[in-house]
Design a protein around this ligand. Structure first.
Ligand SMILES: NC(=O)c1ccc[n+]([C@@H]2O[C@H](COP(=O)([O-])OP(=O)(O)OC[C@H]3O[C@@H](n4cnc5c(N)ncnc54)[C@H](OP(=O)(O)O)[C@@H]3O)[C@@H](O)[C@H]2O)c1
Length: 301
């Protein structure tokens, strides 16, 4: 996978499962073990890593850079720009800083991390389009956008000559809000949907239907929940684990047989509730406050 390939879209069928990196890089004492876990994932066959400049305030990106040092061309790396960067120059500076931390000459996918009024500036999309033409960024997408926000962003990007090709959203058996309107829209447009928190951020409720079916299929409940998710079609699941056994189980989950009636049993036990809405007020000030608070918390550890 190199920056000169003409295709900028990847499909969930090619990269059904990726390594998450939220909470990595927060504790220097865990640094080596966390890099090792990323390398374990690559050994097992994972070829997608999701990170963000926000995670560990740049440290997670540095660790991803170290983990992929020997195979930089073989891994699809996604990173995200935090929305306190409002003007095009600041956005470019942040992307170039990510690039440096990742130790690469290009980023495969850059996502705008959360919806913000600041991104509605056409000049931001124009700058992203320029970075894409320069080969610094292969593809651009967004994250956590309610449908109306996504549709607006897509047309603003298109006006700047940029295609928004990926959308990262919270999606798991526990949180099925994207199913009501976002997923049908993305399926219609052939977009790449990435599910974050694919195991409910470690808080997947283990309901009897999940436990019973997992027991019958001789798999773990988490494997079953993951298999259900990647079976939704067009969805790539992102999971974080620092345990090799969990990384292996998750990878093996891709190949589990799951019939439609079995999937339907799980869906009955975890019914969808509501639809995806704005989770953070869409103003740069809100994001600056969150970033400041997180930085303060990291320093105090
Ligand atoms: N775009 C966004 O705004 C956004 C937001 C949040 C996350 N993300 C991305 O999505 C990735 C995944 O989401 P997440 O990290 O929040 O949550 P997650 O992957 O749903 O859950 C992580 C938790 O699941 C546990 N786990 C993993 N595999 C397991 C298994 N086979 N059996 C039992 N437990 C297992 C992990 O513990 P162990 O380490 O003990 O295995 C960890 O505590 C993130 O890391 C990040 O890259 C993006």
């Amino acid at each position: 996978m190199c920056a000169t390939e003409s295709t900028t879209r990847l499909w969930a069928s090619e990269l059904p499962l990726g390594l998450g990196t939220w909470r990595l890089g927060e504790d220097p004492r865990r640094r080596l073990a966390e890099i090792e876990a990323l390398r374990d994932g690559l050994d097992l066959g994972y070829r997608l890593i999701d990170t963000a400049e926000f995670y560990g305030q740049g440290e997670a990106e540095r660790m991803v850079g170290e983990a992929i040092r020997d195979v930089p061309d073989e891994v699809w790396v996604i990173t995200k720009v935090w929305p306190s960067a409002a003007d095009p120059a600041a956005v470019e500076a942040r992307i170039r800083a990510s690039l440096k931390r990742l130790g690469r000459e290009w980023i495969d996918t850059v996502l705008l991390h959360w919806p913000s009024r600041a991104w509605s500036n056409p000049a931001v999309f124009e700058r992203l389009a320029t970075l894409q033409r320069q080969g610094v960024v292969r593809s651009v997408g967004v994250s956590n956008y309610p449908l109306a926000w996504f549709v607006t962003a897509r047309s603003q990007a298109a006006a700047a000559g940029l295609e928004l090709s990926a959308h990262q959203v919270p999606y798991s058996l526990k949180d099925r809000r994207v199913e009501s309107r976002l997923l049908p829209y993305h399926r219609q447009h052939g977009d790449w949907v990435l599910a974050w928190g694919a195991l409910g951020q470690g808080r997947l409720p283990l309901r009897p239907a999940l436990l019973e079916l997992a027991r019958r299929l001789e798999v773990t409940p988490h494997q079953l929940a993951l298999r259900w998710l990647v079976g939704r079609g067009g969805v790539t699941a992102l999971v974080r684990s620092t345990r090799r056994d969990h990384l292996r189980q998750n990878w093996q989950a891709l190949r589990l047989p799951l019939s439609e009636p079995e999937a339907a049993l799980l869906e009955q036990a975890y019914p969808p509730r509501g639809e995806l809405k704005l989770a953070i007020p869409p103003w740069p000030t809100a994001f600056r406050l969150i970033e400041g608070g997180y930085r303060w918390w990291l320093r105090r550890r």
